[in-house]
Design a protein around this ligand. Structure first.
Ligand SMILES: N[C@@H](CCC(=O)N[C@@H](CS)C(=O)NCC(=O)O)C(=O)O
Length: 211
């Protein structure tokens, strides 16, 4: 049995969604950020960065959204959410997973937490730079989706799950992901997935899921 530490509408939502997609048993602990439940000594012992998600796997904590997603896909290969080592799509899968986690996702951190790189002074400049980089990344995803339904190969993988959650985070930005036509078509399809709709219901999220 897995135990997921998350919080509504966060990177934890991605793993919550994936556990529902996989249909495996799990326990969920939604941390209240306003109460600082992600900064307690007990939680920092599990996730020293004091962020979500953390997934307890066989009694040990695993952190990092993209890493957890790939781990779960590999622990449940029957779902086909990660191309196996040696398969033709494997390189694309790894490359895009790492691009999303290392090159794209950090700009969201800068957008939502501009004080971290900027301190008190330059937060607007940091947000403007983050916005430009997020929009460049969205344009790249949009171009990739011109003639395809999924980002890797011809079936849903954890890359689609990560990309969809990151796109969700743009919903209140000046130019949301749905402003790009191929991304809009793709996200409309993703938003029909029962497990994504279910995770919205379970986390009490009412915006974005219906367009
Ligand atoms: N690189 C980490 C980033 C996780 C992250 O930034 N989580 C945010 C929510 S989306 C969080 O926990 N923020 C609370 C905080 O930083 O205090 C991952 O991919 O798991």
């Amino acid at each position: 049995m897995y135990m997921l530490y998350g919080s509504p509408s966060t990177a934890g939502t991605a793993i919550h969604w994936l556990l529902l997609e996989l249909g495996v048993p799990f326990e969920l602990r939604l941390l209240d950020f306003d109460k600082g439940e992600h900064k307690t000594a007990d939680y920092l012992a599990l996730n020293p960065d004091g962020v979500v998600p953390t997934l307890i796997v066989d009694g040990a904590p695993v952190t990092q959204m993209a890493g957890i997603a790939t781990l779960l896909a590999e622990r449940h290969p029957q779902a086909g959410f990660a191309p196996p080592p040696g398969s033709p799509e494997r390189a694309d899968y790894l490359s895009l997973s790492f691009w999303l986690a290392n090159s794209f996702q950090p700009h969201f951190r800068a957008w939502f937490y501009p004080h971290e790189p900027a301190g008190g002074e330059a937060q607007e400049a940091v947000k403007a730079a983050a916005r430009a980089r997020i929009e460049t990344g969205l344009a790249r995803l949009d171009a990739r989706l011109a003639n395809r339904s999924f980002l890797v190969g011809d079936r849903f993988t954890t890359v689609d799950l990560l990309a969809t959650i990151l796109c969700r985070w743009t919903r209140n930005m000046p130019k949301p992901a749905t402003a790009w036509p191929n991304l809009k078509r793709y996200l409309d399809a993703m938003r029909q997935r029962p497990a994504l709709r279910e995770v919205h219901a379970r986390e009490g999220l009412t915006d974005w899921i219906d367009g």
